[in-house]
Design a protein around this ligand. Structure first.
Ligand SMILES: [Zn+2]
Length: 308
């Protein structure tokens, strides 16, 4: 079934940049998800950024791109190893085997225990995923890689924070930043405490680029101000946790986490940063709690080190 993928014309003001959206709306609402992939049609290459949820999604997308692909080499990019960005990779086994490009940590993260458990869970619950196999990238880079498409240049660079293998793409001719999951509406999502300083540095580097347009994989926004909103959000958590650490230095980690969530509740996050957002699945409420936990761990660790 491929009708869950659609082209979203209003996301792009240049006909060389195509946005494909995948909606997954299963009965278990916590598993629902919407994710975007991009096709960049340059003079020399068609560059497909992310492979959505399953091989059938990529069959749909490559059929849409068939006229452009008759005259150009296909290159595939994985923005990072998470399931909603890589599980369509298997389509290309037996369909031209194009290079699949990603950051150097992507292959090992793709085969992590968590990644395999996620696949087992989704295959156990939904037929959509029956043909998914974990297929790793075939070309990797550490810090940066440039694709010279002729009319457009794609500058791929490491953008850690959400995941250590997260990348972003800067297209200078259009001042377009493809942030993927390095920035997100309504809030960014951390998974590890070490991701916090990395995410701050990544978002600051995005601001330095001064993009005219920013595409994120989730949330359907194109506004560059989303980068500032993500930074404001993270800094607010940092400030409020820091204030609690100053006034209540003896709190345990769990007590500090509870106090921090009370001091910066999800309701306030949405009211101040994304008043129109409806969190129907509870996904971002959960993400906020995880973000606060990551930042609490980072700041407690710093405070301990300062004492010693
Ligand atoms: Zn994602």
């Amino acid at each position: 079934m491929t009708q869950e993928v659609s082209l979203v014309p209003h996301m792009s003001d240049d006909n060389r940049i195509l946005v494909f959206r995948r909606d997954f709306a299963p009965p278990i609402k916590e598993d629902a998800l919407q994710v975007d992939a991009y096709a960049i049609i340059t003079e020399r290459y068609v560059v497909l950024c992310d492979t959505l949820l399953c091989p059938a999604d990529m069959e749909f997308v490559t059929n849409e791109l068939a006229p452009a692909l008759m005259e150009r080499q296909l290159l595939v990019i994985n923005s990072h190893s998470d399931w909603d960005h890589t599980w369509g990779n298997g389509y290309f086994v037996g369909h031209g085997e194009p290079p699949i490009i990603a950051q150097a940590l992507c292959p090992q993260n793709l085969f992590s225990d968590t990644s395999r458990e996620t696949l087992a869970y989704f295959q156990g619950h939904y037929g959509t995923f029956k043909n998914v196999e974990l297929i790793p990238p075939t070309l990797t880079f550490e810090q940066s890689l440039t694709i010279y498409g002729g009319d457009l240049t794609l500058e791929l660079f490491s953008a850690p924070g959400h995941e250590p293998d997260q990348i972003a793409i800067w297209i200078p001719e259009l001042r377009l930043l493809l942030a993927f999951d390095a920035a997100e509406y309504p809030i960014p999502t951390l998974h590890e405490a070490t991701g916090f300083p990395a995410m701050l540095a990544t978002l600051e580097s995005f601001l330095d680029l001064n993009p005219a347009r920013v595409l994120c994989s989730h949330g359907g926004t194109t506004a560059p101000s989303q980068i500032e909103h993500n930074l404001t959000y993270l800094r607010t958590i940092e400030q409020r946790v820091q204030a609690l650490l100053t006034t209540h230095p003896a709190l345990t980690q769990e007590a500090l986490l509870a106090a921090a969530l009370h001091a910066y509740p999800f309701k306030e996050v949405l009211a101040t940063l994304a008043p129109l957002y409806q969190d129907n699945t509870g996904f971002y409420r959960e993400a906020h709690a995880t973000n606060v936990r990551c930042i609490v761990q980072t700041l407690m660790f710093q405070a301990l080190n300062e004492k010693e």
